[in-house]
Design a protein. Sequence first.
Length: 567
Amino acid sequence: MNDRELRRYCSDIVRKLDLPKPFNINVLVDQLEKRRGRPISLIPMPLPADRGPCGLWVATPDVDYVIYQANTRKAHQGHIVLHELGHMLCEHKSTPAEENEMSRLLLPNIDPSVVRAVLGRTHYDRNEEKAAELIASLIPLRAAHWSEAPREGRSPMLFIVVYALLSVITWSAFAVKLKDLVRDWRNKDLQLLCLAISTFAAPFFFATPPVYVRVDALLGQRNITTLIIYTSVAVCLTSFLALLVSWSSAQSKVRLRHQFLVGYAVATIAVMATFFFLGTVDDAEHPVDFDVHYSDTRYISEFLLAYQCLFTVSMIGLVRMCWRYSTIVDKPWLRRGLRVVTAGAVTGLGYCLPKAITLVWDMFGASPLDAVNSVVAPMFASAAAALFAIGFTMPVWGVGISKTAAWISDYHAFQRRSPLWQALTQAFPEVVLVPPPASRLELARELAFFQGRQVIEILDGEMRLQLHYDSAVNELAREACADRRITGARADAVVDAVHIAAALQAHAAGQKGTLAANTAVPESADGDLDKEAARLVEVAHAFHTSPLVPAVLSRLTPGLPAKRSRS
């Protein structure tokens, strides 16, 4: 048995132990006594420090004696005892020479003929000693890991909340794109996108601990949900990469790249499934810590390595292609989504690289990256998952955000134009097509229609007021703006507002204006109705709130009080 096989063998033994929580070596000894049906006696004894064993297991027909060095620190004593317990767990046997020598030396009151086994902690030149020492090293690690893990039967609320939230986000995006696919079901890009989003959403659903446990129970095998989750991730990454490849302008290479990606993914999934079913993963449910718990298990480490290799290749591919395409696409939310996915892929490398390196390193010896593998890598995985969830779905919900923001802007613009609209429609009621909205709810339901009518009816009113425009208004309004250092578009809006206010007064008094009938109307919107709507917002604001309007009107009509309009 080589070192790798020996470590796996010992890891399997330790994993099957029901270690006490918190860990207590005396409780472990009690458990082994019940398991073996024999008492275990721990005996401290001064042993030579420079030669011979520092611990012994002496087995008699009735009692197992564990002798450990009395002249050392307690932590060291605990490790020596665990080493001898490791011999028991492995059911090791001693040689007759060892039995006679050790029993006479250490237990002179015991008849050597009744001693069944003697094993001491000396050098690691034999597999039995290596195995016992490995078990003594792995038990504290396992106990520490368990002390940090959620108690069995209790769902870690953080995972439930986070996974549920990400699941809702991604399934909502899938529902939106599925509608598009139903309308255009032959679209290959939409097919790949829907497959990628659905297989990205599925792991969040299945990884939620209560769902994980119930799926395992339904399928009749513990931790089978992990295979489902990893397979879904593999399909998701492959689908998204295939979608990006399909955007390539080099169409002659697309088919070959598609075939390579799909072939590699199918081969990896087949390898993963084979190793998963060859391994043993049925000691307990591990929805949160499967990869750490089974990293040393025979065949499961190969299963995890195959997955991490595919994950690493996918991350590198996503970094290259997502960033490249984000520089050339013309859709803002798609561009942002690709850049977020790029950030997620870079973060994902912080997860998969330590995992893959540790798995490979463990094939030849103990990896020094265990802390990174079990603590840092999961943090990168969580961050990458969040970035992927945002980036993959951003082109879907991002458009919705833009539409919502535009709707809110239009609603506020409608309200700001309302004072001017009301003044003009009161003066010219014949321009009104339908009554104004009776409630905010009615306005919200048909905002686009009412906004369009509002703009047109204001323009209709402006047109009718041209007969009442006074040539003196423009000069007076410009002077007033100059005095207040108001320039540019804001000055134009104030001048238009003064023209309208003065013309409304003249219309009410039945007076004609002094402008020629064929005077050209100033044009600043270039025929664009949206620009015209934006211009009228500023005109209406000045009409309703600017103190210059009543000030200019008072100069046109002596005796008129120059009061600021109601704000």
